[in-house]
Ligand binder design. Structure first.
Ligand SMILES: [Zn+2]
Ligand SMILES: [Zn+2]
Length: 338
């Protein structure tokens, strides 16, 4: 028996005792949760039972960011008790995009805790689960699982940093210091860029400074210099921040869009796109950056504690999601076994 959380309806997470199936699928390993973390995507499902127009068909366990201990390697070469990072993208491996390495573009990829995968696959906010062995990456025993759970969102952040072409010495502005903006700050700083950030909350800017930002601007009180940044990474999800990005990016600079800006009536100053010859690149999930993120975490140089807001047990997943939903927490909320 193990503890499993289940989103039954909007804002309604049930906790139940569940039984593991007797058989493990041949390509899967059996895992015991070490640490999971809540993503903005999970929050959309928590609030609306839907995300970006995709509705859940039935109750589902949320969570796609986690690391775990191997309980039964099922013949796949892991040691029992070994800590593994979990890449939640289950790509088909056979289509043209997969063969080119662009697993994020695979049209038939499957993803846990998501309405886009039908039938849905339960996610990681539960104490035990089976997952494909090829998605599990062994790490040294010295790695802290509360850091390793950042592998998936950090990979997403490193992907936009790569898509925007950030390199040593570049001036980068990150708009929004939610978890994704903080991780983009880490990714850009790791490339040797000089990083400035914006946010509504001074505490979020302090967190960004702790992980590599050298300047911060409180939105509404001060503003970053116009036409001064080689790249702007938009991580807030606000159309106003996209306008700020168009203002702050230098002529012929690049805006990397990490957030899912929701449809709105706010006018976007697209004339600046033309006048400044701005490059705008979208970004979703990651490709090779998952391995890069695991390596950066294993290196132990980044202070992930500075961007961790709170820890909850699996049985407290409802309270953990409520804390995230109220918007005051700075950094990630973690979910741990009871
Ligand atoms: Zn996520
Ligand atoms: Zn594919």
């Amino acid at each position: 028996m193990y503890v499993k959380s289940l989103l039954a309806a909007a804002r309604d997470i049930r906790v139940e005792q569940a039984e593991m199936p007797g058989e493990i699928a041949p390509d899967h390993v059996r895992l015991r949760l070490a640490t999971a973390s809540i993503c903005g995507t999970d929050m959309h499902y928590f609030r609306h039972f839907a995300n970006a127009g995709f509705f859940l068909d039935n109750p589902v366990t949320l969570g796609h960011e986690a690391c775990a201990y191997v309980e039964d390697a099922n013949g796949h070469g892991f040691r029992p008790g070994q800590l593994v990072a979990i890449n939640p993208v289950i790509e088909c491996g056979a289509c043209a995009k997969c063969r080119a390495g662009d697993i994020n573009m695979c049209a038939t990829k499957r993803f846990p805790g998501s309405a886009t995968t039908k039938p849905h696959i339960d996610g990681f906010f539960r104490e035990r689960f089976d997952f494909p062995a090829r998605c599990c990456h062994a790490v040294p025993a010295s790695v802290d699982p509360d850091h390793l759970t950042f592998a998936e969102p950090l990979a997403c952040a490193m992907h936009v940093v790569n898509r925007a072409g950030v390199s040593r010495g570049d001036r980068v502005l990150v708009t929004g210091c939610g978890p994704m903006g903080l991780l983009a700050t880490i990714g850009a700083a790791a490339k040797g860029a000089e990083v400035a950030v914006t946010d509504l909350k001074p505490a979020a800017i302090d967190a960004a400074r702790a992980v590599g930002a050298s300047a911060g601007y409180v939105t509404g009180e001060e503003r970053p210099e116009s036409a001064a940044y080689d790249m702007v990474i938009e991580a807030s999800g606000s159309p106003h921040a996209y306008n700020q990005a168009l203002d702050a990016v230098r002529y012929q600079g690049t805006i990397g869009v990490l957030s899912l800006i929701q449809p709105s009536d706010v006018p976007i100053n697209l004339h600046l796109n033309a006048l400044k010859e701005v490059h705008s690149v979208g970004s979703i999930l990651f490709t090779r950056e998952f391995a890069d993120a695991v390596a950066l975490i294993a290196g132990g140089e980044v202070d992930f504690e500075a961007i961790t807001a709170a820890r909850f047990a699996v049985a407290e997943t409802q309270a953990a999601c409520e804390l995230m939903a109220d918007g005051r927490a700075v950094g990630k909320v973690l979910i741990k076994p009871d």
